[in-house]
Design a protein around this ligand. Structure first.
Ligand code: COA
Ligand code: AMP
Length: 627
């Protein structure tokens, strides 16, 4: 690997295909790639178009074959259940092969979809790998979504089987997953034939005869299934993420490009070697979990830590440091929100000092913009590199970062670092022209996207084109805005669309507006993301009542909060709704959401010249208590 960021970036720029040909050597192919990239295929070309492989073989079996079966593959640490478990690579191989066997016996084959709805338990990782072993396409749904959201994903993905757990555990409450699954399956027009259910001790559920079976029992009675070779361009998974409308986007991931990019990133970005302990404190329901709880660490032969707990309250703000010390974590990756939660409870780092963190080499942050204060705080306490890196569900790995494998450059708190190899990132103006250093624009990536990035959306190619490619021909529109400074550091500052980021979770305000608008007393509404000291942003709903709706406002606001929780789920963290007399609009009727957001943040927004009624801002300001 070339040493130094500039040399590494130059080696990619001089010969992009040669760069990825080199990276592809880290993967065991059943048919190695002869062609690296075919620019003519699909929306912007396809990587490794003639190669074949199996991802589970690369993540599990090859390490066993190389004599490393006794090495821990997964460490499960669950403070919410008081449990821990260590799973060696040979055990993971056996579990994965058996679950693949159980799925195959129930008719699941390469290309079929399987929805996985599970909390942070090792069986969730096994379920994903078992699908990869068969060439089946998994779609993991985060546990904090409501039944209607799960139903929408089941309807779109049309899975042959669902793998779920009876329950998840949030501090202070058991989240009963199985009734949510039952409700989702009642709602969904598509009905999978089989549901395999992990019965957890915290709450055991009823199984519906003819459809539901006990997961562990099915694994026990199944024969092991070998790895099924697939094309590098075959899909590995669909991961639904928020778009600007109520309908989530099914981000599709290929197999070969993803394998190459993740394997390469483990060394290049995170600086991890086989046997190191990698802990990504996220959830398998998010892209960060797919890439760096499951596939990345296992492809690299690391031990991946699976944590079922929170940064605070399980039991205290020392939880992360306890886990790092107890399991010898080499690199920790989390969301800035988690750090802010720890900082709030333990600003002086008293908990941290009680633990031996000598094995911890670096802390990585992503999922939302990290405020410089939090980066600086973490750097001071840990006295180790704290690295912010920017990425999206669509890209699958980082767009910008700081690269331990090539030698770190000095980080600048508030910046997500510099572009990873494969990404030519530029801020563009409205006409699609790159802007000068230091000036803001829409952050775009020159096509083609590198290996690992989504080739399209599941059964929605036109939507991919419209959402990402149409605005700036020849470029991928990230939907983020920011700038690149004179030294090449990228600063991601905000979104250009109606997506908000709450506690590192990407949410659509448009989707929340659809829910609020469905309430019988609501005439119109707007949802904006307001600044939140802990979660970065928090959604705020502003509603105008239908004429004649004579409602107690506090009661109505509580109904709206409950409605969003019921339809989207607790993950939306929708806790605030206010009745307002009118919404500010342009003379052509467009709601001025950016003005509303600034107003709610307590700023004095400039009154847009196109506003239809300037006085409304004062009235709303009074309702919100900011004027
Ligand atoms: N299943 C069911 N419910 C879940 C859930 C899950 N897997 N994950 C979260 N929820 C619920 C929470 O219990 C909470 O419910 P409540 O409104 O009844 O309290 C709600 O969803 C919102 O959760 P969250 O936004 O995470 O807030 P929180 O107050 O529970 O916790 C933090 C705050 C900072 C501790 C937490 O947000 C955190 O750890 N954030 C890190 C985020 C992260 O890892 N993001 C991944 C992207 S890299
Ligand atoms: P998700 O697809 O859920 O991973 O969310 C991706 C979005 O989160 C990005 O488009 C950004 O808006 C935001 N994001 C993720 N990481 C960062 C980061 N390091 N800095 C700034 N924004 C980030």
């Amino acid at each position: 690997m070339p040493q130094g960021y500039d040399a590494m970036a130059a080696s990619w720029r001089q010969d992009p295909e040669g760069y990825w040909r080199g990276a592809a050597q880290g993967i065991d192919w059943s048919v190695p790639p002869r062609r690296i990239f075919d620019a003519a295929q699909d929306l912007y070309g396809r990587w490794f178009p003639d190669a074949r492989l199996n991802l589970c073989h690369n993540a599990v079996d090859r390490h066993v074959a190389a004599g490393r079966g006794a090495q821990p593959a997964l460490i499960w640490d669950s403070p919410v259940t008081g449990s821990q478990r260590l799973i060696r690579y040979d055990e993971l191989q056996d579990m994965t092969a058996r679950l693949a066997g159980a799925l195959a016996a129930r008719g699941v084959a390469a290309g079929d979809r399987v929805v996985i709805y599970m909390p942070m338990v090792p069986e969730a990782v096994v379920a994903m790998l078992a699908c990869a072993r068969l060439g089946a396409v998994h779609s993991v749904v985060f546990g904090g979504f409501a039944a209607a959201e799960l139903a929408a994903r089941i309807a779109d993905a049309a899975p042959k089987a669902v793998i779920a757990a009876s329950c998840g555990i949030e501090p202070g409450r058991v989240v009963k997953y199985k009734p949510l699954l039952d409700a989702a399956l009642d709602l969904s027009p598509h009905k999978p034939a089989t549901c395999l259910i992990l019965q957890r001790d915290s709450w055991r559920c009823e199984l519906r005869a003819g459809r539901d079976e006990d997961l562990l029992e099915a694994m026990r009675s199944a024969g092991p299934h070998p790895c099924v070779e697939v094309a590098a361009t075959d899909p590995l998974y669909i991961l639904y993420t928020s778009g600007t409308t109520g309908k989530p986007k099914g981000v599709l991931r290929d197999t070969g490009g993803y394998a190459v990019a993740l394997h390469h990133s483990m060394e290049l970005l995170y600086g991890l070697k086989p046997g190191d302990v990698s802990w990504t404190a996220s959830d398998v329901g998010w892209v960060v979990g797919h890439s760096y709880i499951v596939y990345g660490p296992l492809l690299a032969g690391c031990t991946s830590l699976v944590y079922e707990g929170k940064p605070v309250g399980t039991p205290d703000a020392g939880a992360f440091w306890r886990v790092c010390a107890e399991h010898g974590v080499t690199v920790l990756f989390t969301a800035p929100t988690a750090l802010r939660a720890i900082k709030k409870e333990d600003p002086e780092g008293r908990h941290l000092r009680q633990h031996d963190l000598s094995k911890l080499e670096a802390l990585f942050l992503a999922g939302e913009r990290c405020d410089p204060d939090t980066v600086t705080w973490a750097q001071r306490l840990l006295d180790r590199p704290v690295i912010d890196h920017w990425w999206q569900t669509e890209t699958g790995w980082c767009i910008t970062g700081n690269f331990r494998g090539a030698g770190l450059f000095p980080p600048r708190p508030g910046s997500g670092g510099k572009p990873a190899p494969g990404y030519d990132v530029r801020p563009l103006d409205e006409a699609g022209r790159p802007v000068a250093p230091g000036r803001s624009g829409t952050l775009a990536i020159r096509l083609p996207l590198p290996p690992g990035c989504a080739p399209t959306l599941f059964r929605a190619e036109a939507r991919f084109r419209e959402a990402y490619l149409d605005a700036f021909p020849g470029w991928y529109n990230t939907g983020d805005a920011g700038l690149i400074d004179g030294d090449g550091y990228v600063w991601v500052m905000s979104r250009t669309d109606d997506i908000i980021n709450v506690a590192g979770h990407r949410l659509s305000t448009g989707q929340m507006e659809e829910v609020l608008a469905s309430h019988r007393d609501v005439a119109e509404c707007a949802v904006v993301g307001v600044r939140d000291a802990l979660k970065g942003q928090a959604p705020l709903g502003l509603v105008v009542l239908k004429s004649g709706a004579d409602r107690d406002e506090a009661e109505l606001e509580a109904e709206l909060v409950a409605l969003v929780r019921e339809r989207i789920g607790p993950v939306a963290a929708f806790k605030a709704a206010r009745v307002v007399p009118r919404l500010p609009k342009t003379r052509s009727g467009k709601i001025l959401r950016a003005t509303l957001r600034k107003l709610a943040d307590g700023e004095q927004p400039a009154v847009p010249p196109t506003i239809d009624d300037p006085l409304i801002l004062d009235e709303i300001g009074t309702v919100l208590g900011v004027r």
